[in-house]
Design a protein around this ligand. Structure first.
Ligand SMILES: Cc1cc2nc3c(=O)[nH]c(=O)nc-3n(C[C@H](O)[C@H](O)[C@H](O)COP(=O)(O)OP(=O)(O)OC[C@H]3O[C@@H](n4cnc5c(N)ncnc54)[C@H](O)[C@@H]3O)c2cc1C
Ligand code: SF4
Length: 563
């Protein structure tokens, strides 16, 4: 049986590590450089701003730009996509007296909740298991929260550079010195167009990578500095839509079961979420573990199928789809965390290093908390006037002392147990939850998602036909993401182009944005995979399943506004 990992992409982390190349007087110097304007990166910039306000002499020492934040999306928030029911702990710590939860752009506290086990026609309500209890949490659109946090970061003195992708890690004598940004205005073949702009070397005393899931330079740094954890990281793929609805939804809903299959052979793990966004909108999403084995599984199409369930159809009745998007979620948990979260001159935060509590479907508060702790560690090191490896190690200590560590430890095998099938996995997960993680299952091994041997079924035949009202095809979904990737830029997706048909089928069905198409078949039975990279919404699934996503030209990709 074919495995995607047998066909590795033409990609080497070494190609993305370089010494600075710009002449010394053309390099851009900043104090702390944050890569990624997500909750982790923006919390880091905000906290640094607070500290520098209290210590103006330090701001002075850090030069003209004490804090800079790079964001590859058109603006902060453009690439942010989440549920998002947020545990308010980290936001409260970050803002203290400055803002109350009521002052943030939320849709209010969770009003109530239901959990259902679905079959094709029925919905069996069950008492919410502890991880799905959301009393006291708040509902947000992460892309809106991101824009709010970016404004606060700018007020606190950070310079935000949107439409700028960090392409390469600048390393000299074993120390991270900053990043090189990507070129703009190259043709498909790599030539310089009329509007060509070369990337720049951005030099920093401390670089904080807060790139979120499948972070490009985070992956490069984990390899360069040998930081990978004992267990491989694994991911889920989530596809979601935002709907305008006729009737308000009065609670958050989670579902398990259909349209996923419970048979262990398929390794299908996941569930859906439906959250109210005020009185006239809801967000609905389906999350599926990428260790699934059926090459004909498409999370995009399973979400379309889910919406045809009588229970869910009723919620959306008379409504209209406003937005669509997709993103991966790291789900390996505690055992997949890197061995260390720092290297000389470098700190790593948030989803990039897998700080997600999968049974709770929560990572925003860990991202914010880790960003805040990274800011404090960077500040401490800079105050002492040094950034050698050991001076940033206080960040690791702070994370280990925080709720990020204790929470993730409590659910440490939660994702791995579902490799044993839905029912056995469910029983083990319940035992872990009831005992608050005291049940010792030992360290359960996870296999990389791309190592799963593939099988092919006729699952795709039963996906609903798109009607353009309730159910949609992939291309109209890409349109609803606001994707603005230039058609003629260089291909940013690395895959082995000639593969067995099952692997090509896997990529074709998996990609929610219709980037891959099966082309010509050769005499040896392998097929050519054709690519439409400009459809890509940068969800990251291809990196989990045997290829590698690299950042396209800054400003490309989706334009999320309500996700
Ligand atoms: C569908 C879905 C539902 C979820 N539901 C919830 C929920 O209800 N509650 C919850 O708490 N969590 C939820 N999560 C998880 C949560 O969204 C993440 O844990 C959180 O967003 C992580 O924050 P981050 O800052 O680490 O990364 P991100 O939010 O991914 O932000 C990273 C930012 O960095 C930018 N970036 C990345 N690489 C580069 C680069 N090389 N150069 C420049 N910019 C770069 C990206 O464009 C992005 O803006 C959900 C996730 C998904 C996908
Ligand atoms: S091509 Fe882009 S959208 Fe498609 S799976 Fe890969 S990262 Fe996701």
């Amino acid at each position: 049986m074919a495995r995607p990992s047998n066909f590795p992409p033409p990609f080497s982390a070494r190609d993305y590590v370089t010494e600075p190349t710009d002449p010394a007087d053309e390099r851009i110097e900043v104090g702390v450089l944050v890569v990624g304007a997500g909750p982790a990166g923006l919390a880091c910039a905000i906290r640094l701003g607070q500290l520098l306000e209290e210590h103006p002499e330090m701001a002075e020492r850090l030069g003209e730009v004490p804090v800079a934040v790079l964001e590859k999306g058109k603006q902060p928030g453009s690439h942010l996509l989440s549920g998002a029911v947020v545990d308010p702990r980290a936001l409260r710590r970050l803002f203290g007296e400055r803002f109350r939860m009521e002052d943030l752009p939320s849709y209010g506290p969770v009003p109530g909740e239901s959990v259902y086990v679905l079959t094709r026609r029925a919905a069996l309500p069950i008492p919410p298991p502890p991880p799905m209890r959301n009393h006291g949490n708040w509902i947000f659109s992460l892309s809106q929260l991101g824009r709010f946090l970016a404004e606060r970061a700018e007020e606190a003195g950070a310079m935000i550079l949107p439409e700028t992708a960090a392409q390469k890690l600048l390393v000299s004598h074993g120390r991270v010195l900053g990043v090189r940004t990507g070129d703009k205005g190259r043709s498909r073949e790599g030539g310089e167009l009329g509007n060509f702009e070369a990337g720049s070397d951005l030099m920093a005393k401390v670089t904080v990578l807060a790139e979120g899931t499948q972070g490009h330079l985070t992956g490069v740094a984990l390899d360069r500095f040998g930081l990978r954890g004992d267990e491989p990281q694994v991911w889920e793929l989530a596809v979601k839509e935002v709907w305008k609805v006729a009737k308000p939804l009065d609670r958050v809903i989670h579902t398990m079961g259909w349209p996923l299959r419970t048979n262990k052979r398929y390794r299908e793990f996941g569930g859906s979420f439906i959250y109210p966004l005020g009185d006239d909108m809801v967000t609905i999403g389906l999350v599926v573990g990428l260790d699934y084995r059926d090459a004909s599984l498409s999370v995009h199409d399973l979400l379309q199928e889910l919406k045809t369930h009588p229970k869910i159809r009723k919620i959306l009745a008379g409504g209209e789809r406003l937005e669509w998007g997709a993103k991966t979620i790291p789900s390996g948990g505690f055992h997949s965390l890197p061995r260390e979260l720092h290297a000389p001159g470098l700190l790593l935060c948030g989803d990039g290093v897998g700080m997600v509590n999968v049974p709770r479907l929560k990572g925003v508060h860990y991202a914010i908390e880790s960003g805040r702790l990274a800011a404090e560690a960077a500040f401490r090191a800079l105050q002492r006037g040094e950034t050698p490896a050991s001076s940033l190690s206080s960040y690791d200590d702070a994370v280990r002392d925080s709720f990020i560590w204790s929470d993730l430890y409590e659910v440490r095998n939660m994702r791995q147990v579902f490799g044993r099938g839905f029912f056995v996995g469910g029983a083990l997960a319940s035992a872990m939850t009831m005992s608050k993680g005291k049940v010792e299952l030992g360290k359960m091994r996870a296999e990389p998602d791309a190592d799963q041997p593939l099988l092919v079924t006729d699952r795709a035949a039963s996906y609903p036909k798109p009607d353009g009202k309730l159910t949609f095809d992939k291309l109209s979904s890409v349109f609803a993401s606001g994707n603005k990737t230039r058609d003629d830029q260089p291909n940013h997706i690395r895959i082995e182009r000639r593969v067995p048909r099952e692997v090509a089928q896997l990529w074709e069905h998996m990609c929610p944005a219709q980037v891959y198409e099966i082309g010509r078949e050769d005499e040896d039975g392998t097929v050519m995979v054709d690519l439409a990279p400009s459809n890509c919404v940068q969800c990251g699934a291809i990196t989990a399943k045997g290829g590698r996503l690299t950042p396209p030209e800054g400003g490309s990709g989706p334009e999320y506004s309500a996700t």
